[in-house]
Design a protein around this ligand. Structure first.
Ligand code: DGL
Length: 277
């Protein structure tokens, strides 16, 4: 391909469900010219409490479906898939660059931490994987990493309990975050698709001395760097399109998707039988 010719092929973005739409929100802002194909595995969500082998098996099917499009890159918006399966998926698909949420978030956290004490909140599978810790230690072995699984956050957010002043989410968040604050962290990685919606609640509890790093947003910047470095950018004067696919019923898609995108969605989703892939 000519060096300066825009590459209109879409970027595939996938997640265990609709939480990954928080990454779509960042991508629409940071790379508005790119065409995107989103797949949310709404029939099998959540992945976050499952065994690594199950997550990898699901993720392989998700990637196989996305590969039915002529893609130029894939973003793994899901923290759980990024922490458990990224290296294997990349090795199995060497012709397609993958961007996950772990490395970009860790790079940002390593820049921000002053006391070298970083907290990470995520699903059980993500924390158990030790992926954030390993990535931070590759950057700076002196950083102390304190991980905390927050399994109640996903169902609470999905039930609309994420706003400032909601006593249920504030109580749960305080319980999860207090041990991290007692460990004197100065930086906290929000390592799960759903947590950007909790940013206000988390910031209120942590106070201004703790810097928050949104893993999804950092991965959008990482994709931008990657596309530029490999000469894969779309046409800067075009407006990208997004196609949405889910594996379960599509009826509630617009409502639920609007929560994560934080705007009213006009698009509908198409259903795919993911077990076929
Ligand atoms: N998307 C998942 C993540 O970011 C959260 C939901 C799930 O457990 O599947 O880890």
């Amino acid at each position: 391909m000519n060096e300066h010719q825009p590459d209109a092929r879409p970027v595939g973005v996938f997640d265990s469900g609709l939480g990954g739409l928080t990454a779509i929100r960042s991508l629409l802002r940071i790379l508005p010219e790119e065409n995107l194909v989103y797949f949310g595995d709404t029939a099998r969500v959540p992945y976050g409490n499952r065994a690594p082998e199950t997550i990898l098996q699901y993720a392989r099917q998700d990637v196989r479906f996305l590969r039915s499009f002529h893609l130029k890159a894939i973003v793994i918006a899901c923290g759980t898939i990024s922490t458990t399966s990224l290296d294997t998926l990349q090795a199995e698909n060497p012709d397609l660059p993958f961007v996950g949420v772990v490395s970009p978030a860790c790079r940002r956290a390593a820049e921000l931490t002053r006391r070298k004490r970083v907290g990470i909140i995520a699903t059980r599978a993500s924390v158990r994987s030790g992926a954030y810790e390993a990535a931070l230690h590759r950057i700076d072995p002196e950083i102390t990493v304190i991980g905390k699984p927050c399994p109640l956050f996903v169902p609470l957010v999905e039930n609309g309990r994420f706003r400032r002043g909601d006593i249920v989410i504030e109580t749960v968040a305080r319980e999860y975050l207090t041990p991290l604050l007692q460990e004197n962290i100065d930086t906290l990685i929000l390592g799960c698709t759903h947590y950007p919606l909790l940013e206000e609640v988390i910031a209120d509890i942590c106070g201004p001395s703790v810097a928050l790093v949104s893993a999804g947003e950092e991965s959008a910047y990482e994709l931008k760097r990657l596309l530029k470095a490999r000469n894969l950018r779309g046409d800067p004067s075009a407006a990208g399109e997004v196609q949405f696919y889910v594996s379960d019923r599509t009826e509630d898609f617009e409502n639920t998707a609007s929560i994560f995108l934080r705007e009213n969605l006009r698009h509908t989703a198409r259903r795919v039988d993911i077990e076929q892939y």
